[in-house]
Design a protein around this ligand. Structure first.
Ligand code: AMP
Ligand code: GLY
Length: 421
């Protein structure tokens, strides 16, 4: 069977790597892929990004199933387009993807359906936004309504910073249309967790839990990034917390969408903030897997993922029980010089260790140029270590990281720290 994975990041490398392990998979295409998927003999890069051209490719190559990694093509309606042409694809429709592509949509949805989240208001008028900030005080959180590649959120610790964010988004038009409306919401304190499930329109299948590390530097300092590392499972999501999140957030979300006339298929990712009393609230929804969460999650998945995806496309996820490696997986992102503001491209990468049962390296911003592997984006690699404890998994991951060299490499030395207590 031939499979297509859409995207080019570490998430897509991990998904394609996992799918290629399935005995029934003959070939995994990755569009457009990266240097790692180019080098893996079981994967083939396809230099197409236009959804209609991808559908033509799927038809021509008799590809059985397509899996979409990033939010861009989902928000643009790739699932609608593939389905209209009778092609099997796993992901949300354009309408369902609004849970991620519009913060205002997601907040109004949560309010309407009683799903716990921060109190908020939406603005397109700067004067009204400034007045709301003055009335509510800091800390306060300002979010561009639309997709902004992870850069559209400002957690303002001071009034000055909050007013500045409003000016930046509404007056300076920093995010174009994506920032023409902004959501201003209450600051929530606590510990974050990534809660990701698969939905087939009727049934919900939870993936393993995980925790991302959004800040660039150790001890959660420095600017926000797309994610500098993740580990799975996340101990904060105890079995009781898991049940509560399913009951209060995930089930009401899928049912609420259905009530609103939108069948949710695809990955549903609730970014949670769990307060000191153990109450989970939703910070945001994504309608895709997380990056880098996917890398440790896929490293722990023992079940055949093709079978899971077939059930997901056929509406029979209730027949699936996922089997997980009992070990912890810690994924450390190595980012390029200048990330996140202006990542440098073209640095030669050397020393990536061969895969072992304890360590695997997924590529993101890499490319092969003239036979050499070089950096080609902000987050370059994610080195995943597996071990019987967070500490042991960390040791495996960092042994891998130490072997890899490229100029200006940035990585955190504390990925998984919240899991060591
Ligand atoms: P988002 O893209 O909405 O997940 O926001 C990015 C990051 O900003 C989150 O992972 C949190 O660390 C932080 N954040 C977002 N919303 C809030 C909030 N209401 N209170 C505190 N931190 C937040
Ligand atoms: N790692 C956070 C995200 O994928 O949105």
């Amino acid at each position: 069977m031939k499979i297509l994975v859409v995207g080019s990041g570490g998430r897509e490398h991990a998904l394609a790597w996992k799918l290629a392990q399935s005995e029934r998979v003959q070939m995994v295409y990755v569009a457009p892929g990266n240097g790692g998927t180019a080098r893996d003999p079981r994967l083939v890069n396809v230099d197409i990004t236009d959804p209609a051209a991808l559908a033509d490719f799927v038809v021509a190559e008799h590809i059985a199933l397509t899996l979409v990694g990033p939010e861009g093509p989902l928000a643009a309606g790739i699932v609608n387009l593939f389905r209209a042409r009778g092609l099997k694809i796993f992901g949300p429709t354009r309408e369902a993807a609004q849970l991620e592509s519009s913060k205002d949509f997601a907040k109004a949805f949560m309010q309407r359906h009683g799903i716990p989240t921060a109190k908020y208001q939406t603005f397109s008028d700067a004067a009204q936004a400034h007045a709301y900030i003055d009335a509510n005080g800091a800390p306060i959180v300002i979010k561009a309504d639309g997709l902004a590649a992870g850069k559209g959120v400002v957690v303002a610790m001071s009034l000055e910073e909050a007013h500045g964010a409003v000016d930046h988004m509404l007056s300076d038009n920093a995010f174009g249309d994506a920032g023409a409306r902004i959501v201003i919401e209450e600051f929530l304190a606590g510990e974050e967790a990534s809660f990701i499930v698969m939905c087939d329109g009727k049934h919900i299948l939870p993936m393993a839990t995980s925790q991302d590390h959004k800040r660039l530097k150790d001890h959660d300092e420095g600017p926000n990034t797309g994610g500098m590392g993740a580990y799975s499972p996340a101990p904060i999501v105890t079995p009781a917390m898991h049940a509560r999140v399913m009951r209060e957030i995930i089930n009401p979300t899928v049912q609420g969408m259905a009530k609103d006339g939108i069948v949710f298929t695809g990955f549903l990712y609730a970014g949670l903030m769990i307060d000191s009393e153990g109450n989970p609230r939703t910070l945001e929804f994504n309608c895709r897997m997380g990056d880098p969460e996917t890398q440790p999650i896929m490293a722990r998945l023992k079940s055949d993922y093709l079978t899971v995806l077939e059930h997901a496309c056929n509406g029979t996820l209730d027949a699936v029980e996922l089997e997980w490696d009992r070990r912890t997986a810690v994924g450390v992102v190595m980012a390029a010089s200048g990330y996140p503001d202006s990542p440098r491209k073209g640095d030669l990468i050397d020393g990536i260790p061969a895969e072992t049962p304890e360590c695997v390296t997924f590529h993101a911003g890499t490319s092969v140029v003239g036979g050499n592997l070089q950096t080609n984006g902000g987050r370059v690699l994610c080195v995943v270590g597996l071990g019987d404890s967070v500490k042991m998994a960390q040791k495996q991951a960092y042994e891998g990281v130490e072997k890899i060299r490229f100029d200006g490499a940035q990585f955190r030395r504390d990925i998984g720290w919240r899991g060591i207590k």
